[in-house]
Design a protein around this ligand. Structure first.
Ligand SMILES: CC(C)(COP(=O)(O)OP(=O)(O)OC[C@H]1O[C@@H](n2cnc3c(N)ncnc32)[C@H](O)[C@@H]1OP(=O)(O)O)[C@@H](O)C(=O)NCCC(=O)NCCS
Length: 172
């Protein structure tokens, strides 16, 4: 059994209670549909199932009435966490769900040993870039032609721990 933070965050958004918690096997079919709706080269349900069990992977879901409305994940590589699969269901976008669960991911990722966080994002994806910047991520470079369908450069962003060793999130 992999070690994972047993955590839950709750927030009221537009009068609805949104819960963020680690992804479980039962969430995978709905998460896979979210992924297909959000990305041109989506992960398969099996890819997400693998993340439920994989040591060093922390995947979170945002739930409304028990149903996944968002997903995000991080995979630890020697203290550097690679964030991916950040997606919110279209009808729930722009309400603070993305900020809520990426903040939780950064905070809870510390508990599996992650110190610094990195991610790639399409250079045209202004909404996502602003979300990450608002959480303290900074652009550190470009990966030319990283994405397919359509071909596009990736912006590489990092959120590194401070000199005092702390990486904090005040959003959750
Ligand atoms: C990117 C995404 C996850 C953001 O989730 P969200 O729940 O809509 O984001 P939030 O409502 O928490 O917004 C947080 C911040 O992001 C920025 N943002 C969100 N939507 C935005 C938009 N349409 N235009 C500009 N900035 C936007 C804003 O800075 C916002 O803060 P503010 O409301 O205080 O201005 C969501 O748009 C999505 O699923 N997109 C499709 C998949 C995708 O592109 N994933 C990212 C891959 S790297």
């Amino acid at each position: 059994m992999k070690s994972m933070p047993v955590r839950e965050a709750r927030k009221e958004i537009d009068g609805a209670v949104i819960t963020v918690c680690p992804m479980k096997e039962e969430h995978v079919p709905a998460v896979s549909l979210l992924e297909q709706a959000a990305f041109s080269m989506p992960w398969s349900a099996q890819d997400f199932m693998d993340m439920v069990e994989r040591e060093g992977a922390l995947y979170l879901v945002a739930l409304h009435e028990g149903r996944p409305i968002g997903v995000c994940g991080v995979i630890d590589a020697c203290g550097d966490g690679d964030i991916s699969n950040v997606a919110v269901a279209e009808t729930w976008r722009g309400k603070g769900v993305g900020r809520m669960f990426v903040a939780a991911l950064v905070e809870w990722g510390k508990e599996i040993g992650i110190c610094n966080y990195t991610l790639e994002v399409r250079v045209s994806n202004k909404a996502a870039i602003r979300l990450y910047e608002s959480l303290g991520f900074q652009s550190e470079g470009i990966r030319p032609g990283f994405y397919e369908k359509p071909r596009e450069d990736a912006l590489i962003m990092w959120k590194r721990q401070a000199e005092d060793g702390q990486i904090t999130m005040s959003e959750i």
